[in-house]
Ligand binder design. Structure first.
Ligand SMILES: [Zn+2]
Length: 314
């Protein structure tokens, strides 16, 4: 490698505050009593990031609510009607969440966050949404804590503007991204990759690449499998936009999953995705997705760690 290439490589790996934007809305948070979903984790992540010296120069953007017109790009009208009527019907009841104005609002802002992310991604290398990644939502029904599919809506908006775009979804939440797999199965511009625990909710749909892990998979094995999967994707698809669902529920202390990644392992996972994105020269939107650690603050720490990986040096 000559000296110019060397400096280019070095520069490529360092992300400056003006190369990454953050998105957060106070409306993302919901109050749930005796529920496994940590509805206030978004606020805690934002609060701690705001106090962190590394984030002083970083810009935080506040999204607007998504419009009904945008919702119809990815969702059936009857389903949206049921949602706005705040009715638990056949279409909405499998969310396993209550349905109130405030909860609906949090999903409208969540999808608004994804829409804002695809606008900002023209200016930035990375956009980190402190929220989003509701990958169990289908066009005509809700599932698994997910009412609205933010990635499907944002992808439709992006593809309208950039019909030749090639979008890669890297879903490393512990649960399979069944809603995304279903939604994008006939989209030739979108490649869905889900690496998840096999013997776990949900009922699986077919992604472009599914890697179903054995329960209790440990850090070293996980990272090896991820590395091999990324090599395979490199040969199959060249993205110019990546959605990275950086689920925290692969953590060893998670209440819903049984994959056994430690904190350092999750950091290495995130670094691997960042390196992949830079090598592919692809813009990347990071979404926090799931996380249900038995100790609330651990979920928060994992999301903060992901934010730091994407802000800092590789
Ligand atoms: Zn999950």
């Amino acid at each position: 490698m000559n000296i110019f290439d060397f400096f280019f490589e070095q520069k490529k790996k360092k992300i400056f505050p003006d190369e990454i934007a953050f998105i957060y809305s106070e409306s993302y948070n919901i109050d749930l009593v005796n529920h496994v979903f940590p509805g206030n984790k978004f606020r805690k992540v934002f609060e701690l990031l705001s106090l962190d010296d590394d984030f002083i120069k970083v810009k935080f953007y506040d999204p607007e609510k998504i419009s009904k017109e945008d919702l119809y790009l990815a969702h059936e009208k009857k389903y949206i009607d049921d949602l706005f009527n705040l009715e638990h019907t056949e279409k909405t009841k499998n969310s396993e969440l209550p349905l109130t104005d405030k909860i609906l609002n949090s999903f409208l802002f969540g999808a608004g966050g994804a829409k804002l992310a695809i606008t900002l991604i023209d200016e930035y290398k990375f956009v980190f949404n402190v929220g989003g990644g509701f990958h169990h939502s289908f066009p005509e029904h809700a599932e698994g804590f997910c009412y609205l599919n933010d990635v499907a809506i944002a992808s439709e908006i992006y593809l309208k503007k950039n019909p030749e775009a090639r979008i890669l979804i890297i879903d490393l939440d512990v649960h399979q991204g069944n809603g995304n797999a279903f939604y994008f199965k006939n989209h030739k511009n979108v490649y869905t990759f889900s690496m998840h625990e096999e013997d776990l909710y949900p009922k699986k749909e077919k992604s472009s690449l599914d890697i179903g892990l054995k329960s209790f998979t440990k850090t070293d094995e996980y990272l090896k499998i991820l590395e091999n999967s990324l090599k395979r994707i490199k040969n199959e698809f060249k993205p110019n936009l990546i959605f990275y669902l950086a689920g925290a529920d692969v953590f060893e202390n998670d209440a819903l999953g049984s994959i056994k990644l430690d904190m350092i392992g999750i950091k290495k996972r995130d670094q691997m995705i960042k390196k992949f994105a830079l090598e592919q020269n692809s813009k990347t939107i990071i979404l926090t997705a799931g996380g249900y650690s038995k100790n609330f603050i651990e979920t928060v720490q994992i999301h903060i760690q992901t934010a730091k990986v994407f802000l800092g040096e590789l």
